[in-house]
Design a protein around this ligand. Structure first.
Ligand SMILES: C[S@@+](CC[C@H](N)C(=O)[O-])C[C@H]1O[C@@H](n2cnc3c(N)ncnc32)[C@H](O)[C@@H]1O
Length: 277
């Protein structure tokens, strides 16, 4: 398969940046950069590399996300291994990392934080990278996600500061935290079915599906976060467009004070936070 043929296959599959993606896939198969592909300064592909290129193009035609094909995703300036067992880290989730850094940077004692539904580990690993004295507990229901997150922590040299626990939310964890962060599944079941094929057919349903109104995991999460925080501790979580008013209400009902939101670059109230009095 030539590059032009690959572009045509991807275009026919409705992939917007077909040329860009085909170049990336060819670079992946040939183990060279996209710049080399554009400049045509790469050696001829071996039969094995050609086979791999065809495979990659066909998978992408079937709407497998590019990040899964590459096996990595950038988040907060770091590189994370990703696979179909975890959600691909999204740029808006970086807001949670900013929040934790802002609140814990000048903390008097080494802070202890929790990341609920850690997935690839992108949130907790990025925070710990920037808070050298902090330690953390990261939970997930998915054992495979925890295995990958641990690998990511090792690659980013913070593994010795994180405890990984396979549990529902924070069940069975007795520590009290200075901050709890979470990007839970918050998309309503009905809406999941309308998402683009890359997401609904490839990313784990456990990472996306928030039940009938999108808040099935969020409700118990807010309650358990409140109980697991130290006095004065912060809880911050990500939510969907237009969920912020309902989530803020749930925060207040649980007993949180100083409840507020942070907007993402699209102006959506993306992070909801509160403080335990
Ligand atoms: C939206 S993904 C977020 C992953 C990662 N934190 C990120 O921001 O990219 C939600 C994660 O929560 C996990 N999860 C879903 N329900 C859970 C529960 N009840 N308790 C713990 N983890 C849960 C999923 O397996 C998934 O890894």
């Amino acid at each position: 398969m030539t590059l032009e043929q690959a572009i045509s296959v991807l275009e026919k599959a409705g992939i917007e940046s077909a040329r860009f993606e085909a170049q990336l896939l060819l670079g992946l198969a040939a183990a060279v950069s996209r710049t080399q592909i554009i400049a045509q300064t790469y050696p001829p592909l071996t039969p094995g590399q050609t086979h791999r290129f065809i495979q990659l193009v066909l998978e992408r035609r079937n709407r497998v996300p590019l990040a899964y094909l590459r096996g990595t995703q950038e988040f907060y300036g770091l590189t994370f291994a990703v696979g179909e067992e975890v959600l691909i880290p999204r740029p808006e989730t970086e807001l949670l990392v900013d929040f934790a850094r802002e609140k814990l940077n000048a903390h008097k004692t080494p802070p202890l934080l929790a990341d609920v539904g850690t997935g690839s580990g992108c949130i907790v690993i990025s925070v710990l990278k920037h808070l050298p004295t902090a330690t953390a507990v990261a939970t997930d229901l998915s054992a495979n996600a925890l295995t990958l997150a641990r690998r990511n922590a090792q690659a980013n040299e913070v593994a010795h500061r994180i405890d990984w626990v396979r549990t529902n939310l924070l069940e069975g964890i007795t520590s009290k935290f200075d901050a709890i962060l979470s990007n839970p599944p918050y998309i309503s079941t009905q809406e999941v079915a309308t998402l683009q094929p890359e997401v609904k057919d490839n990313e784990p349903l456990l990472a996306l599906d928030g039940g009938e109104d999108g808040l099935a995991v969020v409700r118990p999460l807010i309650e358990s976060a409140f109980h697991a925080l130290k006095r004065g501790g912060y809880f911050a979580m990500e939510g969907a467009k237009e969920q912020a008013p309902d989530i803020m209400m749930l925060f207040k009902q649980a007993g949180f004070q100083e409840v507020g939101t942070k907007n993402d670059l699209a102006g959506i109230e993306r992070v909801i936070f509160g403080r335990k009095p």
